[in-house]
Design a protein around this ligand. Structure first.
Ligand code: BG6
Ligand code: MG
Length: 220
């Protein structure tokens, strides 16, 4: 039975994925290597430091521990300057209506994001109060595809993983949901999110009824 929905943030509730892409793009320029949208797919859902490691391989350059911290924080400053402009108008289409429907039905709502900036983004979007549990990059030691972020969310809600549905735009996030024993709705391209149980391009395509029917589950 579906008792809770666990949402990724970047690329699911708000289109901040493009800002991560642009900010890492500046790092790629600094180190003079090509960084495409296809490369960026591999960074989605991945923690800041793990993303930097992937980029170091891609650009074939090395950094010591101190330099890594410096470059990661440089990227984060650029990223934060982009997200400063976020307002409730940036919530992706249909998201608010879907969250409202979950609230009315008494279904638990949790955030499961790798981002350490998640709390401030939720504040800017003015949707913090929808969440019964917020698990972000500050509270997990194992990044997606490890299921820790979603398992912690389920635990805080007091719901079994098998009664949870995860919403994800990243391959690593879909994998995390599967490893956690949860169902998963992919938000984005069916090619990239092939392992999800169903894929939508945005929340305007989804109602609670459609979700329950497609997932073949009943609301408690
Ligand atoms: C994820 C994004 O939500 O958060 C990744 O998909 C990002 O691209 C990760 O690297 C960590 O985000 P932050 O805000 O802590 O750098
Ligand atoms: Mg995401």
């Amino acid at each position: 039975m579906m008792k809770a929905c666990l949402f990724d943030l970047d690329g699911v509730l708000v289109d901040t994925a493009i800002y991560h892409f642009r900010a890492w793009g500046e790092l790629a320029q600094k180190y003079n290597f090509e960084f495409t949208e296809e490369h960026n797919e591999k960074l989605k859902g991945v923690s800041r430091m793990d993303s930097l490691e992937i980029l170091m391989k891609l650009g074939s350059f090395g950094l010591n521990h101190e330099q890594k911290l410096k470059e990661a924080s440089w990227k984060n400053e650029i990223y934060c300057s982009y997200i400063e402009t976020l307002t409730p108008n940036d919530i992706l289409p249909g998201v608010k209506e879907f969250l409202d429907a979950l609230k009315v039905s008494g279904i638990g709502i949790a955030l499961g994001s790798a981002s350490k900036n998640a709390p401030s983004i939720l504040e800017r979007l003015e949707i913090t109060s929808y969440f019964d549990a917020i698990i972000d990059g500050n509270q997990v030691s194992n990044a997606k595809p490890d299921p820790e972020v979603f398992l912690k969310g389920a635990e805080q809600l007091g719901v079994a993983p098998s009664d949870c549905i995860v919403f994800e735009d990243a391959e690593a996030g879909v994998e995390a949901a599967i490893r956690g024993g949860m169902k998963c709705v992919g938000v984005g391209s069916p090619e990239v999110l092939a392992r999800a149980d169903m894929v939508i391009s945005n929340f305007n395509e989804l109602s609670l009824d459609i979700l329950i029917t497609k997932m073949d589950r009943e609301v408690a």
